[in-house]
Each structure stands twice: as C-alpha cells, then as structure tokens.
Design a protein around this ligand. Structure first.
Ligand code: KIV
Ligand code: NA
Length: 275
C-alpha cells in the first residue's frame, strides 16, 4: 500500500498518481484489483448512490456506513474519506471528533475537506492530531448554494491568484495533497508547479500530479449525464438493462430456470410424497 511519503516521491519523479471513488464493497474491490493508488470515499455518494441532487444532505452516518464497506473491499489501498457538509465547520473540538470518528470507525487513512479561509486552520488542527488531510479547492460542491451552481472556478486573474495563495496555505497548514476541481488547466499547472505536495485534478487539465474520477461516471453506471471533464471508459448501464430485460423475457417464456438451475430429490423420497 502506498503512503503519503510515496505520493510525495511520485510527484518528485513526475509519476502520475491515480485515484478513483468507491462507495461500497464491490466498487472498492474493483478499484483495488485494478491497482489504483488511492481510493476516495467521496460524499458524491449522495448523488450517485443515494440519488440526492447535491452532496449537501450527506451525513456523518452515511459516510461511516459506506466507508466501512469500502474498507472491507480494499484492505490494502490508501483510502481518503470526505468529511460531509458542515462536519468540519464546527468548533475545533467537534471538527476533531468528527474526523477521528471517520478514521477510527471506517479504517480510512485520511480525510478530505473543502475550501480555504477557516478551513485552513482546521487542516492544521487535524494534521497536528495525526490525521492526514487532503485539501479540496476550486469547485467545492458542498458550497453549491453559495457558488450558485457547478461552474469552472478561478477563471479571472484575481480568483486565480487567490486560488494559488490558498493552495500554498493548505500546504503550509500540513495538507498532504490538494484536490483541484474544475479550474482552467493553466491555473492547475501553476498550482502544481508552486507546491511540493501532489495536486490531484478533476476537470483541471493534464498538468496536475494525478487524476481522480467518480466510479459511476467512469463506467457509466446509473448516471445519465456526465460533466465535460469525464471520460466514460465503458457504459455498463446498457449491459445491465439488457441482462434484466432478458431475464424478464425468459421467465415469462418459461425459459428460465432450466433443469441445470434446479434441485432434485431421489425417486424413493418422491414416492413417499404421494403417500
Ligand atoms: O466526492 C467526490 O467524489 C469528490 C470528487 C472531487 C472526486 O470529492
Ligand atoms: Na466530495
């Protein structure tokens, strides 16, 4: 299993870091078997698994429930778990207790928190307590209400400079990596060059130190529309639908089950059945 020191070394050697989300036992098993270096138990589970419109309704209990299943499916992969909406905007003590709960109850190795400003201090507090923190800058979905939608961030000079400064502050506060979502590729390149810690991009172009994608987006599972930055490597929606339709058809036509799917009993036992 890779550690945060390995991720630093990978950046130094310009070796790309790969990350994918997972939310349950099978997705975690797929991720680990494929050899991905980091798994994210993302609060995107609220959208792709639970069917909410945003990540805002996701609770600590949801994260713990899914985090435990991921850990059971990927015992030998570095796991980052999202701290859900508001759970790290509380007092230092409550933030620490929430992070501790996520780590202790799920067995994840690090937490991820969104945003700059007050959140920078929280990175410091958690790291000091021994909890590795991945910062999340750029488009921060938990703030969708304040941002007014899912839009590309840091497009003008002022916003871009601010983002670079915030990324540096995250590094100074002890973050082991920064996830950068939905920013112009030139800005992501600048951030990656300016920081020693790895920058993991999603919708941030080719110049980041690593990439992350949502499991359900990558394989087109349950999702209909995907963002511009997603590459759909396969479409399993179609094969799942075809399989279920075939099953319904075969049951209706008495083609399933067949003898090979059935259990039998011995002749003499059968006789006694009829008295
Ligand atoms: O929850 C999530 O899936 C994320 C993405 C940026 C990958 O935070
Ligand atoms: Na997230």
């Amino acid at each position: 299993m890779k550690s945060i020191t390995d991720f630093l070394k990978m950046k130094e050697k310009a070796e790309k870091i790969t990350m994918i989300t997972a939310y349950d036992y099978p997705s975690a098993k797929h991720a680990e078997a494929s050899g991905v270096e980091m798994i994210l138990v993302g609060d995107s589970l609220g959208m792709v698994v639970l069917g909410y419109d945003s990540t805002v309704p996701v609770t600590m209990e949801d994260m713990i429930h899914h985090g435990k299943a991921v850990k059971r499916g990927a015992k030998d992969t570095f796991i980052v778990i999202d701290m859900p909406f508001i759970s790290y905007h509380l007092s230092d003590r409550d933030t620490l207790l929430n992070a501790c709960k996520l780590i202790q109850e799920t067995g994840a190795h690090a937490v991820k928190i969104e945003g700059a400003n007050d959140v920078i201090d929280k990175i410091n507090i958690l790291t000091n307590a021994g909890i590795p923190v991945m910062a999340h800058l750029g488009l921060t979905p938990q703030s969708v209400g304040v941002l007014g939608g899912y839009k590309v961030q840091g497009k003008n000079h002022k916003e871009a400079l601010e983002l670079i400064e915030n990324a540096k502050k995250c590094e100074q506060a002890g973050a082991f990596a920064v996830l950068l979502e939905c920013v112009p590729m030139q800005l992501a390149e600048e951030v990656s060059k300016n920081l020693r810690i790895p920058i993991i991009g999603i919708g941030a172009g080719v110049h980041t130190d690593g990439q992350v994608l949502v499991y359900h987006d990558l394989i087109t599972y349950g999702v209909d529309r995907v963002a511009k930055f997603v590459k759909q490597y396969t479409n399993i929606n179609e094969s799942i639908k075809q399989a279920i339709e075939q099953y319904i058809h075969e049951v209706k036509m008495s083609e399933f089950p067949e003898i090979t799917h059935s259990f039998t009993m011995k002749e003499e036992e059968l006789k006694s059945l009829y008295g």
